[in-house]
Write a protein that binds this ligand. Structure first.
Ligand code: ADP
Ligand code: MG
Length: 703
């Protein structure tokens, strides 16, 4: 009974009712008592400390002062009319200002009395002031009551208007705890773990996260709840993974056959790196195991993921199966198609391309061939997962640059073959931070290519501004004279698309003056062009018919022109780190020394500066991914938004990597030792998982 109480609709809580209930649901997604409980404060106001007027400074933000209200007067006329109070402690004086409610306040406030005031300080001329401070009278009825950390809850304008501000949310919280039997908060972690990690009990933590008494207490319960959150998330992910391995059978590809060997011996144009070999072995083992493979292949830009994907496909084909490779954009898909088509020349394999632009008779024939099984490799865009696309026997599906595909799209691939789902290999465009990989892809096996092919010279990255423009142009001319090609990239962000397009066009014109025909030829590619025109320009550049490619980020992912050795990025401060790293990865693909020139304005935000410094400091995609996570937080990393898993209540993947690591290790050990959670000490975990697994957002989407 009491346990179910947490599922009670929020409107039945004292102080809520139907109207406010509706608002809580709409504005914050709070439907039940449980939701309210798990809506933790997003910060706390430290009301245990008092500041002195003498020590005020701009960075303090909110302050609490104790002193005497000395004077109160109305000043100004009409709309500028306001109530001003003078407030003094033993070190100095500040102004208090109210723009509304003057009449009522004048009656209520007692000049000469002692108050504790709280609010945000700012400086006006030489004078400190606080607008609309909270005022608390100190007298016999209201002595110095013990001060606490006051929780602050997220609110919205609509909630504030309906009296659901942070303060009344605190009252709701009090009402809720009054109603709840402590049994509701049964311990959910094994005792040997809470003992070892010195974590406070679940019940205590759930209460004290809302009503902490001291900073130390707050830190303790916060740590406990982070562990708890990450532990149960990992338990769930690992359970899904385990169950899948047990229950979902996969096609067995026992042989390394003719095509693979032929390719390996006659076609492969280079020696595989040790990392590539290791990953291929991992994949090979999966494909022979009789269990469906679900593997994430991580590797830095240019580490050679494509060839690994291709050789995996050959393993499937040698065992009589079809394969497909899905890329997020037309250009990329086309490029994969061209590359793979070339690699496989003379091997007597049929490779086909499918995207929205393949239409009519051609499409019809293709779909028919696919169903009859004469196509070995289908490469394309998300057009591949549409319903009319039917394979005879799809054995392996690869997605490239997966972070652009939703989890749901990945799931649609599963349905494309029978009786088992195809083996799945997910390749990332750029590395993702470890903590994100462990959560977003925590149910997948992970392979990492942590080595670049030999002979690559590290790209030199340089930061420049408008003052250096002429020198940059001179440098570009030198490189072109050596026979190299150059990308010049402009940002294109949707909200300001028109303006950006203007920037791009002006940039193109300026370049055309500096690099005139007939000596120089310039290509231009942007998102408003027709696919065929884009493709034409790309091809011209790829064939070396033009020396400069002026483009927006459409060239971001995957494009491969080894002779291009300079990447100039305009308005660098407007790009994200992952994007910059991708762009830089377009050069450094040949034997020549390559350069990346980051152009920016003089004035940079702190974050913009840090991003540029990170790019200059390192070429390593894994380092950059970590820096990106720290700078922007997990919710803003590309590809994570649509995944509900990242909506953690309290843990922060950017900061809590160690906790996550430990939580995952504990979860792994428990599932290894006691997979069914049958031991008495694991009973709390089992019960909690059963009861709450369904209620945590995002979990259903990955199972
Ligand atoms: P990414 O991992 O970014 O997708 P690609 O698969 O596009 O990288 O490979 C980048 C370039 O490196 C390609 O031109 C590819 O032919 C080349 N390459 C891949 N593996 C090797 C290797 N072992 N030795 C030399 N060059 C390689
Ligand atoms: Mg690639």
């Amino acid at each position: 009974m009491q346990e179910d109480i947490l599922s009670t609709a929020i409107e039945y809580l004292k102080g809520v009712g139907p109207k406010r209930g509706e608002l809580l649901r709409k504005e914050l997604g709070i439907h039940t008592f449980r939701d309210l409980l798990f809506h933790f404060p997003y910060r706390y106001v430290d009301k245990t400390k008092f500041q002195k007027v003498r020590d005020l400074h701009e960075d303090l933000g909110n302050v609490q002062l104790k002193g005497i209200l000395r004077r109160l007067s109305k000043v100004g006329e009409g709309r500028k009319r306001r109530l001003v109070g003078r407030f003094r402690d033993d070190t100095g004086m500040i102004d208090l200002v109210w723009f509304t409610g003057a009449h009522w306040l004048e009656k209520k406030l007692q000049v000469g009395a002692e108050y504790v005031i709280y609010g945000r300080v700012s400086k006006y001329g030489n004078q400190w002031n606080i607008a609309h401070p909270e005022m608390e009278l100190m007298n016999e009825e209201n002595p110095q009551k013990p001060k606490t950390f006051e929780p602050v809850y997220t609110s919205t304008e609509k909630l504030n208007a309906k009296g659901l501000d942070s303060k009344s949310r605190r009252r709701l919280m009090e009402n809720l705890f009054e109603k709840l039997d402590p049994a509701v908060f049964a311990e959910n972690l094994p005792k040997y773990i809470t003992d070892k990690l010195k974590l406070p009990p679940h019940a205590f933590s759930m209460y004290r996260i809302h009503f902490p008494r001291t900073e130390t207490e707050l830190e303790k319960v916060r740590l406990r709840l982070k562990y708890e959150e990450l532990f149960f998330l990992q338990m769930r992910l690992l359970q899904i993974k385990k169950r899948r391995k047990k229950e979902i059978k996969g096609f067995v590809f026992p042989t390394i056959g003719e095509k693979f060997n032929q390719f390996f011996q006659q076609k492969l144009p280079f020696e595989l790196t040790e990392a590539q070999k290791r990953v291929l072995k991992e994949i090979r083992r999966d494909l022979g195991a009789g269990i469906q493979m679900n593997r994430l292949l991580q590797g830095d830009v240019g580490s050679g993921k494509t060839i690994v994907g291709l050789m995996s496909m050959l393993m499937a084909i040698d065992n009589g199966f079809q394969t497909c490779l899905m890329a997020p954009t037309e250009i990329l898909a086309q490029q994969h198609y061209n590359a793979i088509h070339n690699y496989l020349e003379g091997l007597d394999l049929k490779v086909a391309f499918l995207s929205g632009s393949v239409k009519g008779k051609k499409r019809k024939e293709l779909l028919q061939d696919l169903e009859e099984g004469t196509i070995h490799i289908l490469i394309g865009t998300h057009a591949l997962i549409e319903d009319p696309v039917k394979f005879k026997n799809l054995g392996l599906a690869i997605t490239d640059e997966q972070h652009r595909f939703g989890v749901a799209q990945r799931a649609r691939l599963w349905k494309k073959s029978h009786p088992f789902p195809p083996h799945i290999l997910v390749m990332t465009a750029t590395p993702i931070p470890r903590t994100l990989a462990m959560t977003l892809y925590g149910d997948l096996d992970v392979s990492v290519i942590d080595e670049l092919p030999p002979g690559r010279k590290p790209i030199k990255t340089i930061h420049r501004n408008e003052n250096h423009r002429l020198r940059v142009i001179g440098f570009m001319k030198e490189e072109i004279a050596k026979g190299r090609q150059i990308y010049v990239v402009y940002p294109l962000i949707e909200e300001s698309e028109t303006l950006d397009l203007k920037n791009l066009e002006e940039g193109y014109e300026a370049l055309s003056r500096e690099f005139p025909l007939p000596d120089y030829k310039i290509s231009i590619v942007h998102g408003r062009m027709k696919p065929a025109d884009k493709d034409y320009e790309m091809q011209r550049f790829a064939k070396g018919e033009t020396q400069i490619m002026v483009a927006t980020t459409v060239i971001e992912v995957g494009v491969n022109v080894p002779n291009a050795s300079v990447m100039v990025i305009e308005n660098t401060e407007r790009f994200g780190l992952a994007q910059l790293h991708q762009l830089r990865g377009r050069v450094g693909r040949g034997a020549e020394q390559s350069f990346c020139i980051l152009m920016s304005s003089f004035k940079l935000s702190k974050e913009g500066k840090e991003r540029i410094q990170t790019m200059v400091r390192t070429n390593n995609g894994f380092d950059i991914a970590e820096a990106d996570l720290k700078l922007r937080g997990p919710g803003n990393i590309e590809g994570t938004q649509q995944s509900g898993i990242i909506n953690l209540r309290i843990a922060d993947l950017a900061k809590d990597g160690k906790i996550l690591q430990t939580a995952r290790e504990i979860a792994l050990r428990i599932l290894d030792d006691d997979p069914a959670l049958e031991r008495p000490e694991h009973l709390p975990v089992k019960i909690y998982l059963q009861k709450y697994a369904k209620t945590i957002k995002g979990w259903s989407r990955i199972s």
